[in-house]
Design a protein around this ligand. Sequence first.
Ligand code: NIG
Ligand code: FE
Length: 406
Amino acid sequence: VLKELIGPFSQIITMVNLPERGAISDNSLEIIDDGGVVIEDGKIIDVGDFLSLSKNNLDVREITYPCVLLPGFIDSHTHICHYGNRSDEYAKRNSGISYQQILEEGGGIHNTMNSTSNSTDEQLTDDTLNRLKRHFQEGVLTCEVKSGYAPNLKDEVRMLRIINEIDSSNDIDLIPTCLAAHVTPKKYESSKKYLDSIVNDLLPIIKEENLSNRVDIFIEEKAFSITEASIFLEKIKNDFYITAHANQFTSGGLKVGVDNGAVSVDHLEVITDQEIDYLSKSDTTGVVLPGCSVGLGIPFAPARKLLDYNCKVSIASDWNPGSAPMGDLLMQASLLGSTEKLSNAEVLAGITCRAANALSLEDRGSLENGKIADMIGFKTNDFRDILYNQGKLKPSFICKRGKIYN
Ligand code: NIG
Ligand code: FE
């Protein structure tokens, strides 16, 4: 079908005309009751009152149950391309040994670097696809995926090639990010040499093969120092979008990210008022990762405060085998909302329009003319039921680039 009208939806929450930073009240949400969406060639060409739209003699895809429509969710920070699991470390942490100590003793990220590099391409692809399949069913229609589990640069390239192949073979759009600067693999003598070889040997290949236009770095005492990160980012910031793992266990990374024009600084569990103020005066999005707080048993990043200071804030799952094994973005965003006292609008914006912004994507995140037709519908007639169910109400209707699954 060329042109198609879908509906009626009990409510369409369009997520249009919302501020890109700061607090939002539910009153600011545009809600179209008994709405319809017209799509053509995978894009939205009209959104409005279903009855009026149905006077245009279009083919109609009828929705026969109460349904609230939202833009497809966008998960702007994941590590779902990995092999192996770390339930042993999870148990260890719950017995009182810290994440950083496990890392320092050669486990943690090193552990997953080993298992991932020992996996076959097929194993790594299958496991990643299975996670994506679950994400898709839970409404995540765009997913950032980081590399970063490679003990050498050759395997980094392998990971990014696999992520790109999966992107072209599955329904979810993937945004690949190079996280070679996750931790220094054991075989390198120094982190300085390792970072230099990322700049000199790896990034040219990534450019040449067009494997990613984003680079991430884990700025932390046990990973890369503030000085190392500044030197690294300074060298590459004109060639790649920058994002950083910052302020997870210690302060300081945020400023390095912001000063180098990062599109986002992610984590922010440990953050000073001064840093919040600094972030609020920048264009950088603060991405909070409630799944990591749940996985590590640490406090959430202060999302309420970040919003009240007028920061850009979005929410992502951080799905990874160490700090965030759960991977349920909607459940995590709901839990963050009830703990941090966020409005429905703030939580939903954090996983739609504001997440699009964190990934520099202009073609999605809201339901309006010209955007791609990425839409999810929940079986209810009141949008507030979605977060109220704390992640247990899953989408019943999924439309990815105009292709409908239900
Ligand atoms: O975002 N902290 C650094 N990176 C990931 C965890 C990766 C892992 O433990 O495997 C994070 O928490
Ligand atoms: Fe992460």
